[in-house]
Design a protein around this ligand. Structure first.
Ligand SMILES: Nc1ncnc2c1ncn2[C@@H]1O[C@H](COP(=O)(O)OP(=O)(O)O)[C@@H](O)[C@H]1O
Ligand SMILES: Cc1cn([C@H]2C[C@H](O)[C@@H](COP(=O)(O)O)O2)c(=O)[nH]c1=O
Length: 222
């Protein structure tokens, strides 16, 4: 078996299980990550919308900071009703089998502790959001979720809006049509109300702010 075949045989079963609604019953934490327009909402709807036809006690939360839509609305047309929330604390107030979270990068680190407690209580969690902020760095809440050891992580890609390769991993923030090179604090939640525009971009085409690199911590023994 060559390296490509080996990689496919080890990743495809995990991905197809994660995309199967029945499989939600077996995994504790599922993450759907990627840049804007990569189909995260489409996948979230595909995973969670069948639950409304079952007895599964579930609720889907979406950050109230997300002002573009009233619920999960994929550009492909698929949609899902959500509870708009500033915090995830309410998820601990009721007995739920499954909690869905959309725009998870817009919640706080305290909310990621709510996720940890939900998992300890046996609630399955499916969370979707962009992984990399306007600086090209991992959002702190997404990092906290990865540190919880998710059972399944789907990294999605979009088509680069500049060179049209199917390899966009960043979300380029544009101000007045030009790449925003102002440095905002890491993990800043940005509105999608016309203040900024956004484009999925590949590693070659993205233009990231020129921020001051953080010192690399020394390792013991270095
Ligand atoms: N640059 C692009 N790359 C990939 N899909 C795109 C692009 N522009 C528009 N689309 C459409 O957007 C859909 C995904 O949108 P959506 O589910 O809203 O993604 P996300 O939630 O990740 O922002 C794709 O299925 C495709 O029809
Ligand atoms: C780059 C970047 C984006 N955001 C915001 C902008 C949008 O409201 C969402 C992502 O929308 P999607 O289509 O559902 O993927 O995230 C942000 O808050 N911070 C950023 O750095």
């Amino acid at each position: 078996m060559d390296a490509t075949t080996a990689a496919h045989s080890s990743t495809l079963p995990a991905m197809s299980r994660a995309c199967n609604p029945a499989y939600i019953g077996a995994v504790d934490l599922t993450l759907i990550l990627g840049p804007m327009k990569s189909g995260k909402s489409l996948e979230l709807v595909s995973l969670l919308s069948p639950l409304q036809y079952t007895d599964t006690r579930h609720r889907v939360f979406q950050s109230a900071r997300h002002v573009r839509d009233a619920g999960v609305v994929s550009r492909s047309g698929a949609a899902l009703a959500t509870v708009k929330a500033n915090s995830l604390a309410a998820a601990l107030d009721e007995e739920l089998d499954v909690v869905g979270i959309d725009e998870v990068h817009m919640f706080t680190l305290g909310d990621m502790d709510v996720v940890r407690r939900l998992l300890i209580n046996g609630t399955r969690v499916v969370a979707a959001g962009i992984d990399l902020d306007h600086r090209g760095e991992l959002f702190a809440p997404v990092r906290a979720l990865l540190e919880l050891g998710p059972a399944a992580v789907t990294y999605r890609r979009a088509v680069c809006d500049r060179c049209r390769s199917f390899s966009a991993v960043y979300t380029q923030v544009l101000e007045h049509g030009e790449p925003m090179i102002r440095e905002l604090p890491p993990s800043t939640a940005l509105p999608d109300d016309g203040t900024y525009t956004y484009e999925p971009r590949c590693r070659t085409c993205v233009v990231l702010p020129q921020f001051t690199p953080r010192p690399t911590p020394a390792r013991t023994g270095d």
